[in-house]
Design a protein around this ligand. Structure first.
Ligand code: TYD
Length: 211
């Protein structure tokens, strides 16, 4: 029996613990050979766009240009990896997707949400995750967690920016309660992982993916 592909995305502000969770989920999902991707990136073209976007020397990228560059990176990723993987029934685990654009470029930068939804509709053809795990964390705590790394262009934006991004994410979760599940990322990592796995198990059961 051929299975419908499944698409899971991870979201949250910088320093929320998304990368650690992703590594743990990759391990948990190993029996399903997940297609693991990150945004922006994961194709040759998208990784080159990523370098442009995160380079601190590019401090004069306009807000709309920024949004369109993220959209271009996503467009290539959808065409090369996401769409074909879903068509062949694979499970995708994505580090960020459209919600990042709504939260960062919409709530963070203040671009119109309609413009961003239209742009993303164009570049994704309407493909949405089946489940989005949102790691919610106080930006001050997140800042503390990433204090030892060199900040990229977006991470340099400061606390007020990250606070707006967090509020944006919570708004997205409120509007899409069936898809977006909020996990309190201030909990011990093991509890964050347990909750994430519970949501994934529930999704898999609903889609007849359970072994
Ligand atoms: P990355 O180093 O991958 O951050 P993280 O490990 O926190 O995911 O950098 C991605 C950065 O790009 C991050 O600050 C969020 C930002 N971003 C946007 O502003 N808009 C988007 O559409 C996407 C996908 C990411």
């Amino acid at each position: 029996m051929s299975r419908k592909g499944l698409f899971i995305s991870l979201e949250g502000i910088d320093g929320c613990g998304k990368s650690s969770l992703k590594t743990e989920l990759e391990e948990f999902l190993q029996p399903y050979s997940p297609v693991s991707i990150r945004e922006p990136g994961s194709t040759v073209i998208s990784e080159q766009i990523r370098q442009l976007l995160l380079d601190c020397r590019n401090d004069n990228i306009g807000d709309r240009t920024e949004a369109m560059l993220y959209a271009s990176a996503r467009c290539q990723l959808v065409d090369e990896i996401i769409q074909p993987s879903l068509s062949s029934g694979r499970l995708i685990l994505a580090d960020r997707y459209i919600d990042s654009t709504i939260a960062y470029q919409g709530y963070g930068r203040g671009l119109k949400l309609d413009f961003l939804y239209n742009l993303n509709q164009l570049c994704t053809g309407g493909i949405e995750p089946d489940l989005t795990l949102l790691l919610d964390l106080d930006p001050l705590v997140a800042l503390d967690r990433r204090a030892d790394g060199r900040p990229d262009r977006l991470e340099q934006e400061g606390l007020e920016f990250q606070t707006r991004v967090r509020e944006g994410y919570l708004q997205i979760a409120q509007t899409n309660p069936a898809r977006v599940k909020v996990i309190d990322a201030s909990q011990p990592q093991v509890l964050v992982k347990t909750m994430a796995i519970e949501y994934i198990n529930e999704l898999m059961q609903r889609h007849n993916w359970s072994e």
